[in-house]
Design a protein around this ligand. Structure first.
Ligand code: ADP
Length: 490
């Protein structure tokens, strides 16, 4: 098959969170199975071009119709660790992708509506006719809408779209002006609440709603989350629309790129290990402690790696930190805030704990340190309020670090409690708690720290069992191919 992914992120060249890992990992898996995959991304000024091999101009004058006129774009091509990637660079006063950050601007919906339009225009003009276009999240949700409303009539009538929602909390909400800018026009039609209209308003658009209506198939990133978005408030207002389109909606667990995340060959960690040589993991713990100037004590080391966003259960992360310090454990946090206020709070906390040699807060994004933490920690905490899939628990398990998670979304589909799971003991791989409150969290932390302290052999067994779980792209890759095949031949 010939598949084109259109996305706002791809690891490691443009990565904010799990979306980037999924785009890269799925593309790689599909290629390994013999399919042709290309990825179209914006050319951000802040992207990590050192990860692009052979970057060169592929198309100089791509004129993208926009807002009654047209914007000239340059399209670049390069390999990102073997993946074929095109990067669209618009030349316009708005400098859509030349702002030093990926997201966080008042006109984000406009920036990515432009990107959706430009990606289609590029496929049209360059003669790319994939069987399936795979779009991701709200940033590219207008692709299926524009494809069927505008591009099908001019030569792209055969293309089918699979859209994946990684996070329903962000849907791409904006005003009507986008209809005119993209060439959709007819606000009374497209803006109707049965189509892209947001809520009861005819004047507000919801990009994601467009994808749910127009895509040939819609997925989210775990079976549990597929249920949650339909039947609980996790759908953030889209439960009814999802219900109407349930026949083309499903949940597929994300995979993890087992090449990129492999403790046996990981270039970022000093001591390589695997299930048989599990004891070598301790070398990484030692190096992690040295690097972060932590006490070289015989204590359990708990960590958090991830965005500092309310979704992740920030008060519980804070609670766990103090709990760890009060219970003779150590705590390491690596994360960057989704807004200035959150970053400030964590900087404040860092200063407050400055003299403790049993905890370290690293506020920022650091790929290399993340690898060392996964390899060196004993426990990884993920107390999310909601978690569509979550990758950090899978990475942790791959590195023999026991996850302590809240039973929600993909965490529920991947982590099975050591004491209470219905699975046989040899298939259990972590600690799980139900309620997003300190008592719930402590119920799991107590058990985790207790096992580390009093039954070290069993704790080790649990960690090794986690390493044995297969959360690679093998099964998700098969699932996606079945969906592509289904929509391409319908
Ligand atoms: P989300 O998509 O909600 O951000 P996931 O668990 O799906 O969460 O994916 C998070 C990914 O981003 C993981 O690969 C994790 O290691 C990485 N990550 C998040 N924050 C940081 C950070 N501050 N430094 C390095 N890597 C990070």
């Amino acid at each position: 098959m010939y598949i084109v992914m259109v996305a706002s992120e791809c690891a490691p060249v443009a990565k904010v969170g799990g979306l980037a890992d999924v785009v890269f990992g799925l593309a790689r898996e599909l290629e390994l199975r013999g399919h042709a995959v290309e990825i179209i991304l914006p050319r951000y000024d802040c992207m990590r071009t050192e990860h692009v091999w052979g970057l060169q101009v592929s198309w100089t004058d791509l004129w993208v119709p926009w807002d009654g006129g047209a914007i000239r774009c340059t399209v670049w091509f390069g390999f990102v660790h073997g993946r074929k990637c095109f990067f669209i660079e618009p030349h316009c006063d708005q400098a859509y992708f030349a702002r030093g950050a990926y997201y966080g601007f008042w006109d984000d919906p406009e920036r990515f509506a432009f990107f959706a339009k430009a990606a289609l225009e590029f496929m049209l003009k360059s003669g790319k006719r994939p069987q399936v276009i795979h779009t991701h999240d709200w940033q590219t949700a207008l692709v299926p809408v524009l494809l069927y409303e505008l591009y099908a009539a001019v030569g792209m009538g055969e293309q089918r779209v699979c859209h994946t929602m990684h996070n329903f909390a962000h849907q791409g909400i904006t005003g009507h002006h986008i209809l005119h800018a993209t060439g959709l026009h007819r606000p009374e039609y497209h803006g109707h609440p049965d189509r892209l209209g947001h809520g009861i308003s005819h004047f507000t658009l919801n990009f994601t709603k467009g994808a749910l209506l127009y895509a040939n198939f819609v997925t989210t990133v775990s079976p549990t989350h597929a249920w949650e978005v339909r039947f609980t408030d996790a759908g953030c207002g889209l439960g009814h629309t999802l219900h109407l389109h349930q026949d083309k909606f499903g949940g597929i667990l994300n995979g993890l790129d087992y090449e990129m995340w492999n403790p046996h060959i990981d270039p970022y960690i000093p001591h390589h290990f695997d299930e048989e040589g599990f004891d070598r993991k301790a070398g990484n713990t030692r190096v992690l402690r040295e690097r972060l100037r932590l006490n070289a004590a015989e204590r359990p080391l708990m960590a958090y790696v991830g965005r500092l966003d309310p979704q992740k259960g920030l008060p519980l992360i804070r609670h766990a930190l103090f709990y760890a310090l009060a219970h003779d454990a150590q705590f390491v946090l690596l994360g960057s805030g989704s807004n200035h206020g959150i970053n400030e709070d964590f900087w404040h906390l860092k200063h407050m704990l400055h003299d403790s040699r049993d905890c370290h807060l690293e506020i920022g994004y650091d790929e290399e340190l993340a690898h060392l933490i996964y390899a060196g920690a004993d426990l990884l905490l993920i107390p999310s309020l909601f978690e569509p899939c979550g990758l950090t628990q899978m990475i942790a398990m791959r590195y023999g670090t026991v996850p302590v998670v809240r039973a929600v979304g993909g965490l529920k589909d991947t982590v099975f409690d050591w004491d209470h799971s219905e699975l046989p003991r040899e298939q259990r791989n972590g600690f799980v708690f139900e309620h997003a409150d300190p008592a719930g969290l402590e119920s799991a932390l107590d058990r985790a720290l207790g096992l580390w302290r009093h039954e070290r052999g069993l704790f080790r067994q649990l960690a090794v069992q986690g390493m044995g779980c297969d959360y690679s792209w093998k099964h998700p890759g098969e699932h996606y191919l079945r969906i592509y095949d289904f929509i391409a031949h319908r």
